[in-house]
Design a protein around this ligand. Structure first.
Ligand code: ATP
Ligand code: MG
Length: 436
C-alpha cells in the first residue's frame, strides 16, 4: 500500500480524556475515530488489526469444531422477559420500539436469542452437542464508557454457546474452549493468565476469565509466581467495597500490598492488573430451563439442555495488545496483529533515485507476501515520517536514504530499536529471515 493512496491521518495530540496509551495512540495514529461517548469508527488501519484478530479467533474456533453463525443485532425484548434478565441487565440494554409498538433491544449479549434459535431446531439427543458462535456487534449502555475501545458502548464480541445432553459433556466442551482460547491469545502474541472468576449477571456456576497482564488493567488479580494459579479478586473477597478499593489502586500502589496467604503449591502470591479479554461460563440449565430448551433423551423423555457460553472481546483486544506492547513513542504491534509487517520509508521522495529504489524494494516485498506500506509522501520530511512509523508501530522499517549511493539501506526493528545497515539487494531476504 502506498501512503499517498491510503487513508491515514496521524495527529500530534490526543484529547485530554485519553489517559491510557492505547486510547492515545489509536486516536493519534488514526486507527479509530470517536463518533460519540463509547462509540468508535474503525479507520483502515484499525480495521486491519480488527480483521487480523478476528481471523485468528475464527480459525482456532473452526479448528475446534465450533460453527459460525450471525444473529440479528436487534433482539425482541420479550426474550429477555422469558429469561428473567430484563431487570438485571435493564440499565445496560438500549431499548426502543418499532412503528408497531413492539419492544426491542440492541443485543448486549445473545444467550436468549441463541437458546431461542436452538430450541426451535434441536429436538433429539442425536442433534447434540452443538457449539455455535458469532463475531458480532454488541451494545451495552455502560455506566462509564472509558479508555477508548477498551470499554466502549458499541463493541465487537465473539460470543459462542454450546448445548449438551449432560453436565459431563458440557464440561468437556468448556475445557476444549479453555484450551482453544489459550491458543488464540498465544497466537496473538500476548502475555495472559487464566483465572477463576465470578459469574456476574450471566449466571451459572464455573467460570474462568482470560486476562492480558497490563499495569493499566481495570481488574485486580492474585496470581502465583510459580504455578499457573490465578484468581480475580472478585472471587476472593466477600466484601464488594474491598474489591472496589483494590481495583482503584494503581499497579505501583498494589505492589506495596503484601499477601500473607501462600498458594496451595506453597509459593508466593502477588497482585497483578489485568484486562479481561475473554470469559467462559458453565451455565447448566440457567437459560435452557426458563426458556424451555429441551431435547428427547434415549428413553424419549424430555430433558433440559446443558449449556455453556464463551466470550472474547475482539475489539477490546486491539487496545489490550497496545497496553502490553508500546513505548513512549507509540504502538509496537505483535507480528500477528500488525496492519503491515514492514514500512519502506523513502527519506526524500523528491529524489527520483530514492523513490524508485523504494518502490522496487516495496514491489519485491509484496511479491514475497510481506504486507508493506511505503511512505512515498513528497512533502513530509524524514523526521516526520520516522515519528509516524514509531507511532503506528509496524515491526520493521526499511529506510531508503543517504547511503543509497553505496547501495545500502537501514533496517529498523520497532520493538528493540536495533538499526542494521543492509545491502539493498539483500534487504528482502533479511526481513524474510526475521519473520521465520
Ligand atoms: P467487564 O467486566 O469488563 O465489563 P463483562 O464481564 O461485562 O466485562 P462479558 O459479558 O463476559 O464481559 O463479555 C465478554 C467479553 O466482552 C469480555 O470478556 C470483554 O473482553 C468484552 N467486553 C465486555 N464489555 C465490553 C465493553 N464495554 N467494551 C469492549 N469489550 C467489552
Ligand atoms: Mg461489563
Amino acid at each position: 500500500m502506498k501512503f499517498t493512496k491510503f487513508f491515514i491521518q496521524t495527529q500530534k495530540d490526543a484529547p485530554s480524556d485519553a489517559v491510557l496509551p492505547s486510547h492515545q495512540y489509536l486516536l493519534k495514529g488514526g486507527f479509530v475515530s470517536q463518533e460519540g461517548a463509547g462509540l468508535y469508527n474503525y479507520l483502515p488501519l484499525g480495521k486491519m488489526v480488527l480483521d487480523n484478530i478476528r481471523n485468528i479467533v475464527k480459525e482456532e474456533l473452526d479448528n475446534a469444531g465450533a460453527i459460525e453463525v450471525q444473529l440479528s443485532f436487534v433482539t425482541p425484548h420479550s426474550l429477555w422477559e422469558e429469561s428473567g434478565r430484563s431487570e438485571t441487565m435493564d440499565k445496560e440494554m438500549l431499548r426502543f420500539k418499532d412503528r408497531k409498538d413492539n419492544s426491542f433491544v440492541l443485543s448486549p449479549t445473545n444467550e436468549e436469542a441463541m437458546v431461542n434459535l436452538v430450541r426451535q431446531r434441536v429436538k433429539s439427543y442425536k442433534d447434540l452437542p452443538v457449539n455455535l458462535y458469532q463475531i458480532n456487534t454488541k451494545f451495552r449502555d455502560e455506566a462509564r464508557p472509558r479508555f477508548g475501545i477498551l470499554r466502549g458502548r458499541e463493541f465487537l464480541m465473539k460470543d459462542g454457546y454450546s448445548f449438551h445432553t449432560s453436565t459431563e459433556d458440557m464440561i468437556r466442551e468448556f475445557n476444549l474452549m479453555e484450551y482453544t482460547y489459550k491458543k488464540i491469545f498465544t497466537r496473538l502474541g500476548l502475555e495472559f493468565r487464566v483465572v477463576q472468576a465470578d459469574s456476574g449477571a450471566i449466571g451459572g456456576s464455573g467460570s474462568k476469565e482470560f486476562h492480558v497482564i497490563a499495569n493499566s488493567g481495570e481488574d485486580t488479580l492474585v496470581i502465583c509466581n510459580s504455578c499457573d494459579y490465578g484468581a480475580n479478586i472478585e472471587t476472593i473477597f466477600e466484601d464488594e467495597s474491598e474489591v472496589d478499593a483494590l481495583n482503584e489502586l494503581s499497579y505501583e500502589e498494589l505492589q506495596n500490598k503484601k499477601i500473607e496467604q501462600k498458594c496451595s503449591c506453597g509459593c508466593k502470591l502477588s497482585f497483578k492488573k489485568g484486562i479481561e479479554v475473554g470469559h467462559i461460563f458453565q451455565l447448566g440449565d440457567r437459560y435452557s430451563a426458563p426458556l424451555k430448551a429441551e431435547f428427547l433423551n434415549k428413553d424419549q423423555r424430555k430433558e433440559n439442555m446443558q449449556m455453556a457460553t464463551f466470550g472474547i472481546g475482539v475489539s477490546r483486544l486491539i487496545a489490550a495488545v497496545i497496553e502490553q506492547n508500546h513505548d513512549d513513542k507509540g504502538c509496537i504491534w505483535t507480528k500477528t496483529t500488525t496492519p503491515f509487517m514492514c514500512e519502506v520509508i523513502v527519506s526524500n521522495a523528491k529524489k527520483e533515485d530514492e523513490l524508485n529504489a523504494g518502490l522496487k524494494v516495496y514491489e519485491e516485498l509484496k511479491e514475497n507476501n510481506i504486507s508493506t506500506l511505503i511512505d512515498d509522501r513528497v512533502k513530509e520530511r524524514f523526521g516526520f515520517k520516522m515519528k509516524d512509523f514509531e507511532l503506528l508501530g509496524f515491526p520493521y522499517a526499511i529506510i531508503i536514504g543517504k547511503k543509497l549511493q553505496e547501495n545500502i539501506v537501514e533496517v529498523v526493528c520497532r520493538r528493540s530499536g536495533e538499526k542494521t545497515d543492509v545491502a539493498i539487494d539483500e534487504v528482502v531476504a533479511f526481513i524474510k529471515d526475521k519473520l521465520v
